[in-house]
Design a protein around this ligand. Sequence first.
Ligand code: DC
Length: 212
Amino acid sequence: MTDTVMTIAIDGPAAAGKGTLSRLIAEAYGFHHLDTGLTYRATAKALLDRGLPLDDEAVAEKVARELELAGLDRDVLSVHAIGEAASKIAVMPAVRRALVEAQQAFAVRKPGTVLDGRDIGTVVCPDAPVKLYVTASPEVRARRRYDEIVAKGQSADYETIFEDVKKRDERDMGRADSPLKPAVDAHLLDTSEMSIEAAFQVARAFIDAALK
Ligand code: DC
């Protein structure tokens, strides 16, 4: 048994399929998985629940530092309004520093970890041996979100979702601190015309090569 921890960094825009892909990888290799978007979402939700402002950096940092990674609940945090609020607090450097520290502590868990988000390969785990940048066209991502909502029996408007996807991209890619972009050594995976299973097979080949 070696002391080396395998870290897999997965980045990409909202609804590109990186969450599903990360979970499949973590399951296949027996690694711990952290969806870092949930850390921004949980911080935003804690602010909203306490009636605190989303634009006070010192307050948001304090709440971010109180976050327990073990208590992140995907079902509660996945609602659209929390995603929007998360994207707003994610522009604050002090919030990012607090959450990045927690994510880096997670990344060294044995025997290995999969972290997915926006800045994993560039900022959180720049030395990760495998980096994937998972993307898809805004139209395909909006369609996937739409289908997900409709499958839950809820109603949705494709045009509204499409506009939201584009707005979220602008905010995530345009912010000054840790904008969403592929690391120079990331493998690009465009899932616009690829099933998640096919994307998983491509990812596996990169990971198996790195594990050798
Ligand atoms: O992946 P998601 O939709 O759960 O992310 C919610 C927001 O959190 C996203 O709009 C930007 C922010 N985020 C980030 O800035 N950095 C990360 N590593 C993950 C998410």
